[in-house]
Design a protein around this ligand. Structure first.
Ligand code: SF4
Length: 386
């Protein structure tokens, strides 16, 4: 298996480079200076010159100055769908991270090219499951006699190679909005689920929505022999959770929830399901980024909200809802550092290069990987109620 974007690697996680995994790579440079006051004008001019040839996608966790130039904002799957719905756009400039641009490349036409303004915009969670590690894990499951009864369910936040693995083994992709539907479907197809790569979303969904106990879940650690599990543990478990997590949402603690309740009496605590199970259990509401946005829109004036998700989104929500008290759940800064690699200089550089006829930082998924990854993505779209 190979990914055809030929780039030097600077992996965000430890361990040897793996071309089949999610990765961050260096930008070749030639960027305008970050402090250039004319950047906004330059981006607007380049966008206007390109017209409908370019479509700019902005993930909710992007900085405000980048979101200002997005034609559409959303979560990773909504953005990939939006890209696919714009066949007239020759260039899709994805202000997000690498795995999102891969999904957009899989779902868009061959005549469209997907551009990531900074190739170092990876995702630490997606990096935590490489194709090679997951293939090894499948062998461990086969040796324990459970692989043929196990359905892989992979979160959107995974590399194209992991999505392809999922498609090849009869599984499905899920988002944080539909993970409960995906798991329900998977347990109709088999007896166990291998959930990749976010252990917290898998555990939270199994316990909160499917009524499982924490003992029904085991964690497969790819850095330990046989995942650190005995054959008996694999045979007894219903949910085999990959040992991955989001470095942003994984920072929130149960203590944060108790502290904010003391600071702001009557506050509603609303967190993303990528948070740890004890945080989700202590919160009042749990949901995806789209759910968080809708909940704030529907909240009554005067209500108070402590939000456990990426800080750019929380700050934007606070600005959009001046009639409500919206605070960040943690007391320390918690941006997604890789999302924030997409900034105005990189966006200006990517767009101005296109105006000059140079297509930079194209994200390409090879045909075989794309074919199997699309099977898993299509399975998600075929889930009931999606
Ligand atoms: S917020 Fe977490 S899951 Fe999302 S891109 Fe950043 S590290 Fe990855």
């Amino acid at each position: 298996m190979s990914i055809s974007t030929p780039v030097p690697l600077t992996l965000l996680t430890r361990g040897p480079a793996d071309l089949s995994s999610e990765r961050g790579v260096e930008c070749p440079g030639e960027l305008p200076p970050a402090a250039d006051p004319a950047l906004a004008e330059r981006i607007a001019a380049a966008k206007a010159a390109l017209g409908s040839r370019v479509f700019v996608l902005g993930h909710h966790y992007q900085r405000d100055d980048v979101i200002a130039f997005a034609d559409v904002t959303g979560d990773s799957f909504k953005l990939a769908q939006q890209a696919a719905a714009r066949p007239e756009a020759e260039f899709i400039v994805f202000c997000g991270v690498h795995f999102m641009a891969e999904s957009a490349d899989i779902l868009t036409g061959d005549h469209q090219r997907v551009i990531l303004p900074d190739m170092a915009a990876g995702c630490s969670m997606a990096d935590m499951a490489t194709w090679e590690q997951v293939e090894d894990a499948w062998d461990v499951l086969a040796d324990a006699g459970v692989a043929d009864r196990t359905i892989p369910v992979s979160y959107m936040n995974s590399s194209a190679a992991i999505k392809a693995f999922t498609g090849r083994h009869g599984g499905t992709i899920c988002t944080s909005s539909n993970a409960h539907v995906a798991l329900t479907w998977a347990f109709e197809q088999g007896e166990k689920v291998l959930f990749l790569p976010d252990q917290h979303l898998g555990r939270n969904t199994a316990v909160r929505h499917l009524g499982m106990s924490l003992e029904d879940c085991v964690v497969y650690d790819p850095h330990k022999p046989n995942g650190g599990l005995t054959e008996r543990q694999l045979q007894d478990a219903k949910m085999i959770l990959w040992r991955g997590h989001c470095s942003v949402h994984g920072r929130f603690t149960e203590q944060n929830v108790h502290d904010v309740r003391e600071r702001i009496p009557g506050v509603n605590v609303l967190v993303h399901p990528e948070c740890r199970h004890e945080v989700v259990s202590a919160a009042d509401h749990v949901g995806s980024t789209e759910h968080i946005i809708r909940t704030l829109e529907a909240a009554p004036a005067g209500s108070a909200w402590a939000i456990g998700t990426e800080l750019n989104l929380v700050q934007r929500l606070a600005k959009q809802h001046p009639d409500k008290q919206v605070v960040f759940l943690d007391k320390t800064v918690c941006y997604c550092s890789t999302m924030n690699r997409i900034d105005m200089p990189h966006l200006a550089w990517a767009l101005e290069s296109l105006v000059e006829g140079q297509v930079r930082n194209v994200i390409t998924v090879d045909a075989e990987t794309a074919r199997y990854a699309k099977i898993a993505l299509d399975q998600m779209l075929a889930l009931p109620g999606i």
